[in-house]
Ligand binder design. Structure first.
Ligand code: IMP
Length: 184
């Protein structure tokens, strides 16, 4: 059943699950014997992370960070405040950054520099959704679930005002929910 606030289902739960299983298999093959640490950013990415690691039958660990952008979301400055840091050392580790969606790329750009300074053996990026239309910082994405158009999406971890994260599919939010201007 489609939520009343959803204008269109962009990716069904089945489509998302199938792609996540493919990404997991690809990552498991690439990282066999390397015991990677998957670093995810709260909160939106945890649903993706939870499904992704269950599709990766290799030794791995996970760690979580939480960040907040300074200023409003409409004028993202790229300045990021770390609300929750890594709980383990990533020095010498093979890091996979797991992201729900990459939009301007500013948050991830900051995060990558921060992680690089901690001396990992490697860093690669795995994102479920790539929204390249609004990219401001160049980001090399190593593993990508889907490329989507510049529309505000919710579900499968993605929120609007902390709601809709529990929808099992990716949907386009009905404009009447957010008023005149789209968020983010
Ligand atoms: P950026 O790449 O620094 O612009 O920010 C990425 C973050 O913005 C994501 O992790 C999401 O939290 C949020 N975001 C960007 N686009 C959307 C969207 O369409 N729906 C929900 N959140 C979004």
């Amino acid at each position: 059943m489609m939520h009343a606030d959803v204008e269109e289902v962009l990716l069904s739960g089945e489509e998302v699950q199938a792609r996540v299983v493919e990404l997991g298999a690809q990552l498991a093959a690439d990282y066999e014997g390397r015991e990677p640490v998957l670093v995810s950013v709260l909160k939106g990415s945890i649903i993706f992370l939870a499904d992704l690691v269950r599709a990766m039958p290799i030794p791995l660990s996970i760690d979580l960070m939480e960040v907040s952008s300074y200023g409003t979301s409409t004028e993202s400055s790229g300045q990021v405040r770390i609300l929750k840091d890594l709980s383990t050392s990533i020095e010498g580790r093979e890091v996979i950054v797991v992201e729900d969606i990459i939009d301007t790329g500013l948050t991830l750009n900051y995060l990558l520099r921060y992680l690089h300074d901690k001396g990992p053996a490697s860093i690669r990026i795995c994102c479920l959704l790539d929204k390249p239309a609004r990219r401001l910082a160049p980001i090399e994405i190593d593993y990508r679930g889907f490329t989507i158009a510049d529309r505000f999406v919710i579900g499968y971890g993605l929120d609007y005002g902390e709601r809709y994260r529990n929808l099992p599919y990716i949907g386009v939010l009905r404009p009447s929910v957010y008023g005149a201007a789209p968020p983010a």
